[in-house]
Design a protein around this ligand. Structure first.
Ligand code: C5P
Length: 203
């Protein structure tokens, strides 16, 4: 049998990361949150004052655990450097290799089903309205930054959506053969149940 490759794509705060990690645990597959790679590249470029493509080549596993990568600034910097083709090129082979390891794998990102693993066994495109995504993201971020408002987060989300969907290189888009999962009206447990059922039907 072919190794199981499960691709989760979708916009910021759609819930894809949470769903992907649950499915990875269900099937005992290694999991890669590819957004962390772009966050690390943007963060490192900023901290060291170096070219983002060079920063992408210097990412280490320890750096991916840095709490600073979870913050709002890191997300904004990630989406800026993610539009640079040399940054995407520097991160591409690692993701392709991760997806195609013999054990199989689960990855979440923006271009997994389209560019990194077009051959994935199952592709889920997870989405929700900008308002719902902003509310979820705000609830996470306000714990780190109590002054942050919902409107600021909504504005960030809209800018990030436009940049991720509008870039020329590997834009955020649903693969033709991806299954759509809209989590706007689903609580976390219902979203997990929906994802499990979609994956199960294809495996
Ligand atoms: O998913 P996350 O919010 O951590 O991603 C941060 C940014 O990294 C996204 O807004 C997107 O611009 C970029 N990204 C990407 N391709 C991926 C994963 C993330 O361009 N596969």
């Amino acid at each position: 049998t072919q190794p199981l490759i499960i691709a989760f794509d979708g916009p910021a705060a759609s819930g894809k990361g949470t769903l992907a990690s649950v499915i990875a645990a269900d099937y005992s597959l290694p999991f890669l949150d590819t957004g962390l790679l772009y966050r690390a590249a943007g963060h490192l470029a900023h901290v060291l004052g170096i070219d983002p493509a060079q920063a992408a080549q210097r990412i280490t596993p320890e750096l991916l655990n840095d709490e600073a990568l979870r913050g709002r600034e890191a997300g904004e910097r990630a989406s800026q450097v993610a539009a640079i083709p040399a940054v995407r090129a520097a991160l591409k082979q690692f993701q392709i290799d991760f997806a195609h390891q013999p054990s199989g794998a689960v990855l979440d990102g923006r271009d997994i089903g389209t560019v990194i693993a077009p051959d994935a066994t199952v592709k889920l495109f997870v989405t929700a309205t900008p308002e719902i995504r902003a509310e979820r993201r705000w609830k996470q971020l306000v714990k780190l930054n109590p002054a942050l408002t919902f409107d600021e987060v909504l504005s960030d989300i809209r800018i990030r959506d436009a940049r991720d969907s509008g870039r020329a290189d590997a834009p955020l888009e649903k693969a033709g053969d991806a299954l759509l999962l809209d989590t706007s009206d689903l609580g976390i447990e219902a979203a997990i149940a929906a994802a499990r059922s979609l994956v199960k039907d294809r495996c």
